[in-house]
Design a protein around this ligand. Structure first.
Ligand code: HEM
Length: 398
């Protein structure tokens, strides 16, 4: 029991390091997480591809997502399965391609510039919380249309309350005996408050989305994109020549777009924001010689796949490996894969491109906490432990 707890704490504190240790021993190994309990981690690229691309509903994702993050509401794109999921996905796909998306893209440069105006020069700052506020604002813009700053802030406060640590324990069955004091009941009350706040600030009428759907979308879009941006800025601080190339080139130069995408693909390979892509088999399956029962929890860890030796020098940041080349979906899975691939990827890529362009054009960066920042878990996002501590200098002044 004590060793299980110790392992679970190690996973929270050093998630990628912990799975890397397990992967050095076996293609499929077990891990214990505080809430989700036993997880079978898939360490091989071949097995991961088989699972992600499985086209016959052998694995459930919605159910598995709820086990990893029980605070997620039940009836959302993230947590549905089967035909209900397919229908909801068709409906929400419009958000990421239609008029609302174009309007959000057009508003992005201003949102970013307004945020960057507040970043202090010369003193150490943790950029992660600031990036989180920015990515939240962008997701709100997309999902709900233009909102004033006060509305965005109160929605963010309610979202933070809905995913407080006590609520995250909602999956602990033993605590359900606490009735109204149980984490499950606490989480439900926080979700109801979010819904009330949403009703006060906006009419979520665009796609007739429920408050729970809005909550899940805002949550899915915020921490992932903020984490990707934070790791990207840390890597640019460590590799000033890469940042200089981005900052110096005019953005309408086709070479610039190719180089920018190569940098982003490399950041997402080395630092995929989510520790997990989860699935749960509907019937017993045999993987790497082990038979797992229906309902077991399987985890594909994008960092393990991205740092596999199918890449030359996989631990090194080398963006030119992706120059003129699309990532291969067999060994690059930061957005997951198959029918559940991240629906928000077009927005995330757009944000990454625009923020990296704007930052490198304005500033040069240096790390404020030594060359390498440790990792930790924030929900299921892998984030820099010191919040991506950086010092910014005006680019022209150097
Ligand atoms: C760099 C940023 C992002 C990363 C790395 C990321 C990663 C992921 C991953 C790994 C999954 C699970 C895929 C699977 O199970 O195969 C996922 C699903 C999802 N993501 Fe993202 N995401 C990002 C940004 C966003 C944004 C901006 C939004 C929306 C505003 C979003 C909304 C969603 C939703 C709704 C799902 C569930 C899709 C489904 O189950 O059909 N994500 N994302």
């Amino acid at each position: 029991m004590l060793s299980t707890l110790r392992a679970a704490v190690a996973f929270e504190r050093r998630p990628v390091h912990t799975v890397t240790l397990g992967a050095s021993r076996a293609e499929l190994f077990q891990l214990h997480a505080l809430v989700a309990g036993r997880i079978h981690v898939v360490a091989s690229q071949r097995l991961a591809t088989d699972i992600l691309q499985n086209g016959r509903d052998l694995y459930l994702t919605g159910r598995a997502n709820r086990r990893m993050l029980p605070v997620l509401p039940e009836n959302t794109l993230l947590t549905l399965d089967g035909e209900h999921h397919r229908q909801r996905r068709r409906q929400l796909a419009q958000l990421f391609s239609g008029e609302r998306f174009t309007q959000t893209a057009a508003a992005l440069a201003k949102l970013i510039a307004t945020e960057l105006d507040t970043w202090p020069i010369g003193q150490p700052i943790a950029v992660l919380p600031r990036l989180r506020a920015l990515t939240f604002r962008v997701a709100v813009r997309l999902v709900l249309g233009p909102q004033d700053e006060r509305a965005v802030r109160s929605l963010e406060r309610q979202l933070a309350a809905a995913v407080r640590p006590y609520g995250l324990l909602a999956g602990y069955e033993r605590l359900s005996a606490l009735g109204p004091l149980a984490p499950e009941a606490f989480a439900a009350r926080q979700r109801a408050r979010f819904a009330q706040c949403l009703g006060d600030v906006a009419e979520a009428s665009i796609l007739e989305m429920s408050a729970d759907e809005v909550l899940a979308l805002l949550l899915a879009g915020r921490d992932t994109t903020a984490s990707a941006l934070a790791w990207a800025l840390l890597e640019l601080a460590r590799h000033p020549q890469v940042a200089d190339e981005l900052g110096a080139q005019p953005s309408d130069d086709p070479g610039h777009a190719g180089w920018l995408d190569a940098v982003i693909h490399e950041v997402l390979r080395l630092h995929p924001p989510l520790i997990d892509i989860v699935r749960s088999p509907v019937e017993p399956v045999t993987l790497a010689g082990q038979t797992l029962g229906a309902g077991e929890l399987l985890m594909i860890c994008p960092a393990l796949i991205g740092r596999s030796d199918s890449y030359a020098s996989p631990q090194l940041f080398m963006p030119h490996r992706f120059l003129g080349q699309h990532p291969d979906p067999r060994n690059w899975v930061p957005f997951g894969g198959g029918s559940r691939r991240c629906i928000g990827a077009p927005l995330a890529m757009l944000e990454l491109r625009e923020v990296l362009k704007a930052v490198t054009r304005r500033f040069t960066l240096s790390a404020a906490r030594g060359p390498i920042e440790a990792e930790r878990l924030y929900g299921t996002a892998v984030v820099p432990a010191a919040g991506a501590a950086l010092r910014l200098h005006p680019r022209a002044a150097r």
